[in-house]
Design a protein around this ligand. Structure first.
Ligand SMILES: O=C(O)CCC(=O)C(=O)O
Length: 342
């Protein structure tokens, strides 16, 4: 990977009349909707399913349909205290809005080390020529515990580190539960996908999308599918997350107490493509800043991932090699997982 320049913090561009040229998307990837202009969600547009996890035996059937048709869905009655979701959103936003730029930069991540922990602005960018995302973020390395070092997390508020640690625990439990239910929904032993992934490597990324003067030209986050096993995402009420469904971008309506589940590439491979990882992206907003918190659950770099069904449709891959190629070439939708198809 080429050495990238020190990133511009997108927050420092707020107030400009036009976006700098490096943020202008080519015509074919520009958003089709402007959130907040009345065309947020066309009435005929399908919406990702909402699954009530307290509903006992019908949950597996609903999961099966959602995983086959969407690769993404909301869960409610998920067991995570909704106050914790609110606190995570509130403190995440406070880091970006209440800390000075010097305070934030004291946590700056290394722009030349993929997924390095800390405050950053260009995580998914392969080279200096790539169109930039209209996003700043804070990435926390939370699991396994041997990798967790809370002194690398902001401490502008006495609660921040505790909330991140509690949030990590809760997301870990929910991700385990969901992978078990997803295995069962395919007739596999409950622990099948969980065992194939092994110990979770968990990252929590708080993304902050400042108001953008030209939302019609930009993306907050380019189209990608997630690399690992399963992502659990919460957002605020602004809206801007889209998932690709049957070739069309569909807006994911913010549901305050729900958690949005996104299947990632290793789950697609383990299920031999029966369940697909969901391409998604974030669009920007002309007036309001938007916040999301995505919690990624990935295998260890040494883990070899292969399909749990015969005949396999994907070549086995060492997860570390998968990550390297993802960061070297850039995500571009699902090109990395598609490259492993036999
Ligand atoms: O902001 C969002 O809703 C999307 C975040 C996301 O896809 C990511 O962090 O990988």
């Amino acid at each position: 990977m080429e050495v990238v320049d020190d990133p511009i913090r997108v927050q420092t561009l707020v107030g400009k009349e036009a976006v700098p040229p490096q943020y202008v998307q080519p015509l074919e990837t520009r958003p089709q909707r402007i959130v907040g202009n009345g065309n947020d969600n066309d009435n005929d547009e399908p919406s990702p399913p909402v699954i009530d996890l307290s509903k006992g035996s019908s949950v597996r059937e609903q999961l099966e349909r959602a995983c086959r048709d969407w690769g993404a869905f909301h869960v409610i009655n998920h067991g995570v205290p909704v106050e914790l979701l609110g606190e995570m959103r509130r403190l995440g936003r406070s880091f970006f809005e209440d800390c000075t730029m010097d305070q934030k930069l004291s946590y700056g991540c290394d722009p030349n080390s993929p997924a390095s922990e800390g405050y950053g602005s260009r995580m998914l960018v392969a080279s200096n020529d790539t169109v930039l995302d209209w996003r700043d973020y804070y990435d926390h390395h939370t699991l396994p515990l041997s990798r967790q070092n809370p002194s690398k997390w902001p401490h502008f508020s006495p609660n921040y580190r505790k909330v991140v640690a509690d949030y990590s625990d809760q997301m870990n439990s929910l991700a385990e539960k969901l992978l078990c239910l997803i295995s069962e929904s395919l007739g596999l032993p409950s622990s099948c996908i969980r065992d194939a992934i092994g110990e979770f490597y968990q990252n929590i990324t708080v993304s902050y999308y400042p108001p953008c003067p030209q939302p019609e030209l930009t993306l907050g986050l380019q189209s990608h599918s997630d690399m690992g096993a399963i992502t659990l995402l919460i957002q605020d009420d602004v809206g801007g997350l889209e998932v690709l469904k049957d070739g069309k971008w569909v807006l994911v309506n913010p549901l305050c107490d729900a958690i949005f589940v996104i299947l990632a590439d290793q789950t697609e491979m383990i299920t031999n493509g029966q369940y697909k990882s969901a391409p998604h992206r974030a669009i920007t907003n002309g007036k309001k800043a938007r916040l999301s918190v995505a919690t990624f659950h990935d295998p260890a770099k040494m883990k070899i991932i292969s399909p749990a069904f015969e005949p396999p449709k994907y070549r086995p891959v060492r997860y570390g090699d998968y990550v390297s190629s993802w960061y070297t070439q850039g995500p571009e939708g699902k090109r990395n997982v598609d490259a492993l198809l036999i």
